[in-house]
Design a protein around this ligand. Sequence first.
Ligand SMILES: [Fe+2]
Length: 289
Amino acid sequence: MGVDSLGYVGLNISKLDEWCSLLEGVFGMEPRPREGSNAVDYRLDNYHHRITLYPGSTDSVAVVGWEVGSEGRLDQLATLLQAKGTEVTAGSIELCEERKVRKLYSFTCPMIGSHNEIYYGPLVTNTAFAPRRGISGYKTGSQGLGHIVFWVKDLPASVKFYEEVMGFDISDYIAWDIHDAVFLHCNPRHHTLALMKEGPGPAGGLMHIMVEANSLDDVGYGYDIVRDRGIPVMLDPGKHSNDHMQSFYLQTPSGFWIEYGFGARDIGPDWEIKTYDQPMLWGHRMVAD
Ligand SMILES: [Fe+2]
């Protein structure tokens, strides 16, 4: 029961040109403009798309899409959400066509306040991903798009919701300075979701999205491009204490961050939960705002 991976993310953005330049020039993602719409889908693997930009006047998370492996399990999860008091709406044929999935349900996350969708049957394409710069691609597959991190008002209740309803398991905990974070997995990726107690950021706010490269060189060359273009680096290159990801963090034109990483360790059958008192093994020094 529960979700299998982070499938897609949609973002309302106010600076389209800067966003397109970031996703294509730094991350090498492949734009797929839509006919009859100013939204832009971005591809980074064999899925039709994983990220959608919705140009407008505001910056916010438009949708977080969670993939479920079969229609039966999708329906079961929708029923469970309803039983736990979360209103669930079946997606229209038009919405499924826009998302390129066979079936979906939408709901507002009672903990984060984000617009969530659960779906199954995403469209994959036979043509190879055509990156906009020379990268080796992204680690996705059964591990999904990557991970996503939100600030929440009630950390214990939020963890309980994502464990008991959405089907996540706890990976580990990190508490440092004024930060308190819980890391959760739903597949071998160390964490697909992390929840942090509000304070450093506002409750319901998106802290960052992570995408994982197939090569450390992809990340290194990306770091050089970011520095050359003057894109704000928020955390210097470093390695995390819990998932062992080697990564750096940049600030997007919408304010929240993207972590560009490589080499995280997977969750295995003998995984044991640990608590850490700092998020990094080395590096990840905070760069001045
Ligand atoms: Fe992260």
